[in-house]
Design a protein around this ligand. Sequence first.
Ligand code: PAF
Length: 272
Amino acid sequence: MEIIKTIEQLQEIRKTISSSVGFVPTMGALHNGHISLIKKAREENDIVIVSIFVNPTQFLPGEDLDAYPRKDEADKKICQMCKVDYLFMPDVTTMYTKEEILIKAPNKSYILEGKARPGHFDGVLQVVLKLFNLTQPTNAYFGKKDAQQLSLIQQMVKNLFLPINIVPCDIVRESDGLALSSRNVYLSETQRKDALLISKSLYLATSLIAKKEYSVEAVKKRILDTMSNLDVEYIAIVDREFNELEIVEPKNTIILVVVRFGNTRLLDNIWI
Ligand code: PAF
């Protein structure tokens, strides 16, 4: 595995690759969720590029940019083990200049996650576009856990005519159901236990829908009842394009929840 730090190095290497490239962009602190994306990329492509870059433009003032877990040495080992060909680890000054061309995410970036974090998705799209331009992947791998991010990246690829296949990947969970996240390390033991109610509520909602209860109100109530002791920020039931639904549409519905544990926000969702 070769570690790349500069744009020039990456561009030189990219020029020499004529076979398929699988790209997994990350902010590091790699866990089994990232590993599953890298493994899929490894299976489906000749060359695998992973990036690790804690992107400042997607953090709002007061968010956890400085505290965001950084585990470069452990991450390098994981990438090596997963047989990554190139690991791109740029500095902030490598990725950004003082004055930038900005990307403006569409209106649907200001609902749900974007409502809680206005401007967050502008930063995500900006860095992902830069990374796509550098790596020019055949296939790029994103987790369904960040469902709104995935949907906006799919739209960006479509709107900007980028010749990249976006591969949505299933959420990876701990054996007790907790969705993997780099932010899980912030949870205390009690919060970690309470957080299990999140996936439980989603499973209960799914079984309600399996019994043909399609009323969004009823499904939301079941989720809220299950998490009644938690600080629920939102429950949303949307179609794959992120339009709010009143009636669950089997095969076209995503149920999203966000729960706060102190300063930590945990996201989870299930695709129906
Ligand atoms: O999902 C993430 O880890 C980040 O938002 C991404 C896509 C790597 C962009 O910084």
